[in-house]
Design a protein around this ligand. Structure first.
Ligand code: PHE
Length: 392
């Protein structure tokens, strides 16, 4: 195949060292084809943003995945083999995501890929995994298009149509909002999709989106958009972006004297949100996949194990990383082989798996339908406010 010259395929270890990839917990067989016969480990790949403006997404997810793999291996692994994880940093960059997934499937020969968080990067990496027939499970990419890439691509989280509905319902019913403004990231399929999903649902609740304004991730000055929003005189502002931009927007919003509540989606979920936004983010709400305070046995056990290991409360990304790795291992145990087709079939057959983020059943579109929570930023941390189940 012209795309991958033979010389490149013959030098996987050298390449891995020469490139920016980070290898986690590399064992003796890493890089030698965990999916091939005769290996005593099963090699699983992970790609994520370990650095960059969304670094906590990748780091938290990785911590959740590692906790799951440690537990699975301590309990005997899969068919007597230990799972080993090969992790690459994509730095939150689309092109890098494609490059590292290519490396995982063609050089490391992983049996499956875990990632990404950012829907844009899952789309890029997913196309590669699909092309090579290697199953990919995204822990947390919520944009509709991600699993539409093909029959090898799965997710263990809900989709944005539901998440937009949850945000709109909360704004309309709990905050009694009638007029909304939206400020979204025009370069992000996630942000654009959620803008549309929120709008549709909010109108359904009898509300009106009076203005939507766009920015590009990394922008520093939101003055023009915020002036328009201020003039529009709204009851709520919906911000379907990621935490670094949202923190900066919140500061400028409050500095402009806009005092109405802000509501966002799972992209807010980071310990850095309060660090960046400070007092400006207090009293805002966002929809998410779980809250550490939830009174469910799966949540309690996970929060304890995670806190014991890492000394920090797990965010939603960590919980979804943990769930994704466990769903994959469960499918591996049921699968007649670790070939892509068999494994994809086993993942597709996942039913009622007791995840930390809710019970996971993979539907015909390779998505999971689960409840969402709404949390409020208070005292620099998210606190549980409400839970909304699909169809509610
Ligand atoms: N759902 C976001 C996306 O699809 C990613 C995300 C998930 C961010 C969970 C934070 C927490 O792009």
């Amino acid at each position: 195949m012209a795309l991958f010259p033979r010389a490149l395929r013959l030098a996987p270890i050298l390449l891995a060292l020469a490139c920016s990839g980070q290898t986690a917990d590399k064992g003796p067989d890493a890089g030698q084809g965990g999916g091939e016969h005769g290996s005593d480990v099963i090699l699983v790949g992970e790609y994520g943003s370990m650095t960059g403006a969304e670094a906590t997404f990748g780091q938290s997810t990785h911590n959740g995945i590692m906790l799951a793999i440690e537990e699975i291996n301590a309990a005997g692994g899969v068919g007597g083999k230990k799972i080993e994880l090969k992790t690459y940093d994509d730095a939150g960059k689309t092109q890098e995501a494609g490059t590292v997934v290519t490396r995982l499937v063609t050089e490391d020969k992983v049996v499956a890929v875990l990632g990404e968080v950012n829907s844009k990067l899952s789309l890029a990496g997913g196309r590669i995994a699909q092309q090579f027939g290697v199953p990919m499970v995204s822990p947390s990419s919520t944009n509709a298009q991600v699993t539409q890439v093909g029959d090898m691509i799965f997710r263990v989280c809900f989709v944005d149509e539901f998440q937009g509905f949850v945000g709109a319902k909360f704004a309309a019913e709990n905050l009694q909002a009638k007029k909304a403004a939206i400020l979204y990231d025009q370069g992000s399929p996630y942000s654009k999709g959620l803008k549309d999903d929120f709008t549709k649902a909010f109108v359904g609740f009898g509300g009106e989106v009076v203005t939507d304004q766009a920015y590009t991730t990394g922008d520093q000055d939101f003055g023009a958009q915020l002036t328009s929003i201020k003039q529009a005189g709204v009851d709520v502002i919906y911000l379907p972006g990621y935490y670094t931009d949202v923190g900066n927007i919140a500061i400028q919003m409050r500095a402009q004297g806009i005092t109405v509540p802000m509501v966002g989606g799972d992209g807010w979920d980071s310990s850095k949100l309060a660090e960046i936004g400070g007092p400006a983010i207090e009293g805002s709400y966002y929809s998410n996949h779980y809250a550490a305070e939830e009174d469910r046995p799966e949540v309690k056990a996970f929060v304890k194990a995670f806190t014991d290991k890492y000394g920090a409360t797990p965010d939603g990304l960590a919980a979804l990383g943990y769930d994704a790795a466990r769903v994959l291992a469960d499918a591996m145990k049921r699968s007649p082989s670790l070939g892509g087709k068999d494994l994809a079939k086993a993942i597709a057959e996942t039913k009622d798996f007791p995840g930390v983020t809710g019970h996971i059943t993979i539907d015909d579109h390779r998505n999971a339908q689960k409840p969402a929570v709404v949390v409020e930023m208070k005292g620099g941390a998210p606190h549980f406010v409400a839970s909304v189940a699909p169809g509610q």
